[in-house]
Write a protein of this length. Structure first.
Length: 393
């Protein structure tokens, strides 16, 4: 059975926002982050208007333009920096340059430039660890107060800038701590998932060893006995060979039972596993709370495999923020079917289907089902699996 590619115009579109706790990697993510950071530079319109309408001379305007440009560059370097701060020497130097620019420009050009100290406090909270920012934010606020008292009429601006300086700096320190904690939590979840997979492999190895160890030892022993009896006692050797055949058949039955327990998933188990996997990947999951009970074992297994493959693709490849799973009975021209739909709002799937979807289509075909998977509109991917209700083919 071929895997059909479907398209939908009513897909949920991504907003292009920055996902919390996920390290920045693509150029688009960096541009989005730069855009949102640049929005907060709006309040620099006050010193810009002062340059235009403040009646400053040519020398003061040149100082203001160059100083403001250097200030913005240093601020963006501090706020947009990534990675852990091992020793904040360079950050402290850049922060010192930022504070010095704020002092010089305020004293030289007037009270409108005192707003720069708010950005000094915010950048210190964003760029420094908590053990440093808890001192640098109040220090930037204190420097604002001292400078405002030296600037003509600066005390009139001081009341409106003290609270934004303190609250903005500590708020950025809190955001930094939250992001670091979220990233550590994601790494811990990935480690737990890897440990769980390793434990499952060890459990399977132990079970197979317990099942086959005794049987293979007995087969080896009886084979040696049959070999020694064969020249002189062929009848006794034949009995040993018959015993070997019986042991082999029983071992084969035991292995099949053990492997079937691993290889045959159920819908309730896969729904629970899908919810855990999506939540660990930071994807909002919309899943049914219960699985239908009227399915036969083979058809339920096929749908469970479909759900597992779809959720795996969402977690590994889609970059989605939301994934919706529906499981409902519906009527088609071929008769009543149980339909599983898994849909995400990510970047879409590959143009060519790999072994996972091809093998999934074969599983569904074996029980008389169908598979349709492909991009859903401009963004997102949808997988739809159907199995007939009733006797499987």
């Amino acid at each position: 059975m071929a895997v059909t590619v479907e398209d939908d115009a009513d897909t949920t579109r991504t907003t292009g926002g920055v996902r919390i706790g996920i390290p920045f990697g693509s150029r688009r993510q960096h541009l989005v982050r730069l855009f949102w950071t640049g929005l907060w530079l709006f309040y620099l319109i006050v010193p810009v208007l002062d340059l235009v309408r403040g009646g400053h001379g040519a020398a003061d305007r040149t100082l203001g333009i160059l100083g403001l440009a250097a200030f913005v560059v240093a601020y963006l370097i501090l706020v947009l920096r990534t990675g852990p701060v091992v020793f904040p020497g360079r950050v402290m130097i850049t922060l010192g340059v930022l504070a010095a620019l704020a002092v010089v420009l305020s004293l030289a050009l007037g009270r409108e430039w005192l707003v720069l100290f708010v950005y000094v406090a915010i950048s210190s909270g964003a760029a420094l660890p908590a053990e440093y920012s808890r001192w640098t934010v109040p220090a930037a606020t204190a420097l604002l107060s001292a400078t405002a008292l030296l600037v003509p009429d600066g005390d009139h601006y001081l009341v409106g800038l003290l609270l934004p300086s303190l609250m903005g700096g500590f708020a950025m320190a809190g955001v930094r701590a939250m992001l670091r904690t979220t990233m550590e939590l994601r790494e811990a979840r990935a480690t737990v998932a890897q440990l769980a997979a390793n434990e499952e492999r060890l459990r399977m190895a132990r079970d197979l060893h317990d099942l086959l160890g005794h049987s293979l030892s007995l087969i080896t022993l009886k084979s040696e006995l049959a070999g020694r009896m064969l020249p002189d006692h062929p009848d006794r050797a034949a009995r040993q060979v018959a015993d070997i055949e019986q042991v082999c058949r029983q071992a084969l039955v035991d292995v099949r039972e053990a492997v079937s327990g691993y290889r045959r998933p159920t819908l309730p188990g896969e729904l629970a596993g899908a919810r855990t996997a999506l939540t660990a990947a930071g994807v909002t999951a919309d899943l049914p709370t219960e699985a239908p009970g009227e399915l036969q074992e083979e058809t339920e297994s096929a749908l469970a495999w479909s759900l597992r493959e779809a959720v795996t693709n969402v977690v590994r490849h889609s970059g989605a923020k939301r994934c919706a799973v529906t499981l409902e009975a519906c009527q088609t021209l071929a008769g009543p079917v149980m339909e599983l739909t898994v849909r995400d709002d990510g970047a879409g799937g590959p143009s060519a289907h790999g072994n996972g979807l091809t093998g999934l289509a074969e599983r569904l075909e074996a029980v008389g089902g169908t598979l349709a998977a492909g991009p859903a509109g401009r963004t997102g991917f949808r997988l739809r699996a159907r199995v007939p209700l009733g006797s499987s083919s």
